[in-house]
Design a protein around this ligand. Structure first.
Ligand code: NAD
Length: 355
């Protein structure tokens, strides 16, 4: 179809129209993503590659903080992803750590998807599950890519055992990882107990060891996952890492600059990660340079950077909006394909410019 002269057309040659606006619930998101750990890691990898090739726009996240509620924040992650995904949008995610005391998850989120032809939003998705999923998929991808030139880890240790730790474990298991030992350490005994129950119910193989310090956990693990809510470094001794583990530093602020400087450092995006007092940002402030950064995960995937086996390797992912878009668009397409989109009729009401 060539369209009407003067009427803008989409990449497929169709004249621009406004898609009906859909609302996708957390239950629908979960139904699509459950058991799809492999596909989600693949589409996460594809999104990193598009981002690495420059086929994306991913400006800095915008942090909304409150003087009267200093532990809480809401972050906006606007982004645009090209390739065959072709979608713009924004994730709006809040972190209210006090929620945990009321038995509620810390984080809640929505994701808005915008049509690249008209700019019109066409979906609002519950996004705490999408966010946790893309974070876990990125961690599982990094665990695989960063351990290719060293013996595959058999002892995993989780420092901080909340929701993100659970998702990361599910994604590791769903992508073929099994462990001889799973170590857990958390400041809160109920978090440790809850995570342990999850591990037992998930049918995880191997021993479960509850550690009583971060040091014990790190020394006993060759794959270390940090998923705490620590606001400043609490792990400062590089000798705890002398067995050269792979470290997934998902919570970003656990490691003192000394540990960062003694490791190979891989990030998801350099400009993003060197902000907001993350551990790599503290290392940059201490040294006045970025020499301690070795590259991005995309650099490792494309072979531009190799990861030496004789040093700890730390992956610090700031968390990119393009990943939320990739996972969100996948969910939208799957729900649409199954004919279960909940469309809000007349959401956009003024659709004729001249009435
Ligand atoms: N990098 C990313 O892309 C990304 C994405 C999502 C979440 N995150 C981060 O992941 C982290 C975990 O999120 P969550 O939803 O699982 O939070 P959560 O509140 O469910 O769990 C965090 C756990 O960490 C424990 N903890 C806090 N300080 C600790 C310490 N010093 N040592 C050991 N345990 C400690 C808490 O007791 C709690 O059980 C947060 O920091 C969040 O910002 C990062």
């Amino acid at each position: 179809m060539t369209g009407v002269p003067g009427v803008p057309t989409s990449a497929t040659g169709e004249p621009h129209t406004v898609r009906p606006f859909a609302v996708i619930s957390g239950a629908q998101v979960q139904r699509v993503l459950e058991g799809r750990e492999k596909q989600v890691v693949e589409l996460t990898e594809a999104a990193y590659r598009l981002h690495g090739a420059g086929d994306s726009v991913n400006p800095p996240s915008y942090f909304l903080r409150f003087p009267d509620r200093p532990t809480s924040r809401i972050i906006a992650l606007p982004a645009s992803l090209g390739g065959h995904v072709r979608v713009d949008g924004v994730k709006w995610i809040s972190s209210f750590p006090e929620n945990v005391r009321a038995g509620l998850p810390r984080a809640s989120a929505v994701l808005i998807l915008n049509d690249q032809d008209t700019g019109y939003p066409f979906a609002c998705l519950e996004s705490s599950v999408i966010s946790a999923t893309r974070t876990a998929a990125s961690a599982a991808l990094a665990a695989d890519r960063l351990s290719r030139d060293r013996p595959r880890p058999t002892r995993v240790g989780f420092c901080g055992t909340g929701l993100i730790a659970r998702y990361i474990h599910t994604f590791l298991a769903g992508n073929g990882w099994s462990f001889e030992e799973t170590g857990v350490y958390d400041l809160a005994a109920d978090s440790t107990a809850g995570f342990r129950r999850y591990l037992e119910q998930s049918g995880a193989t191997g021993r479960i060891t509850v550690h009583h310090s971060a040091e014990e956990l790190i020394r006993g693990s060759d794959l270390v996952v940090f998923a705490t809510v620590a606001g400043e470094p609490h792990v400062g001794d590089p000798t705890w890492f002398s067995h050269h583990p792979v470290v997934l530093h998902v919570s970003l602020r656990d490691l003192a600059p000394e540990v960062i400087l003694a490791s190979t450092n891989i990030v998801d995006d350099v400009e993003h990660c060197l902000k907001a007092d993350t551990s790599p940002h503290l290392a940059e402030q201490l040294t006045g340079n970025r020499d301690f950064l070795h590259g991005t995960l995309d650099d490792v995937m494309t072979g531009r950077v190799t990861v030496p086996a004789g040093r700890p390797v730390v992956f610090s992912p700031f968390g990119l909006g393009v990943l939320d878009l990739a996972v969100g668009k996948y969910v939208y397409d799957e729900v649409a394909r199954s004919g279960e989109l909940h469309v809000i009729d007349d959401f956009f009401h003024e659709l004729r410019r001249y009435g």
